[in-house]
Design a protein around this ligand. Structure first.
Ligand SMILES: Cc1cc2nc3c(=O)[nH]c(=O)nc-3n(C[C@H](O)[C@H](O)[C@H](O)COP(=O)(O)O)c2cc1C
Length: 205
């Protein structure tokens, strides 16, 4: 009888141990609370753009809607007058800035809140005489985006982005530049695909 009780006790103990092992392990914090694995964080997106006649702003606005990002307009302190819309007029401010020293930095309104909080910046601008307008450089100088990822995009009459993108990469080598694109006349689906390719999750399906 004594042996039987002892064997029964061992058997019950063994079953109890086996039952506890079959449960899913729960990770506890040092204070004893359950600690489920963290959800992956979505990148915080800034869509910053300079636009003179509205084309780039329209694209930037769609990208902000699609990505759930924040739209920020880069504004020169002194707006460009309509006379700047005349190409190759050497008397215009735009022409002088683009063909002047590469260090030209027109003053901009500095009104971007919490620039550090963004993980990815989509940077839009029109092509001016083959390159990015100098106000775009003023924007990059005004905030420290060192170590951040920037994806440039442009609108233009016909010029592509390579020359403008190379100049930006050379001027700001501490920024992680992703390949950009010319986004004139893209549909919402094409913009979504572009965002996904740039590593930005589209929020609107
Ligand atoms: C001063 C100036 C220079 C321009 N230079 C070029 C150029 O070199 N190549 C080009 O394809 N388009 C050029 N354009 C056309 C603009 O890039 C195009 O219209 C763009 O979509 C305008 O964008 P926005 O409306 O956002 O300002 C120029 C426009 C202006 C006003």
């Amino acid at each position: 009888m004594k042996h039987f009780k002892h064997t029964l006790f061992l058997l019950v103990s063994l079953l109890a141990v086996l039952a506890s092992c079959s449960k899913d392990p729960v990770v506890k914090t040092p204070s004893g609370e359950d600690n489920p694995p963290a959800e992956p964080q979505e990148a915080k997106v800034l869509v910053a753009c300079f636009s003179f006649t509205g084309n780039t702003k329209a694209v930037a606005s769609s990208l902000a809607d699609l990505s759930g990002g924040t739209l920020y307009l880069i504004e020169p302190e002194t707006p460009y007058g309509n006379e700047n819309n005349t190409y190759y007029d050497e008397s215009t401010r735009a022409y002088k800035e683009q063909y002047g020293p590469a260090s030209t930095r027109p003053a901009i309104k500095k009104s971007l809140d919490n620039p550090d909080t963004y993980d990815v910046i989509l940077l839009g601008f029109p092509i001016w005489y083959g390159k990015a307008p100098r106000v775009v450089f003023s924007f990059l100088d005004a905030y420290s985006f060192k170590g951040k990822t920037i994806v440039p995009f442009i609108t233009s009459g016909s010029t592509g982005i390579p020359s403008a993108a190379s100049e930006l990469k050379a001027a700001y080598p501490d920024i992680t530049w992703k390949n950009g694109d010319r986004l004139n006349g893209k549909t919402a689906d094409q913009l979504k695909s572009w965002l996904e390719a740039a590593g930005v999750k589209a929020q609107i399906k």
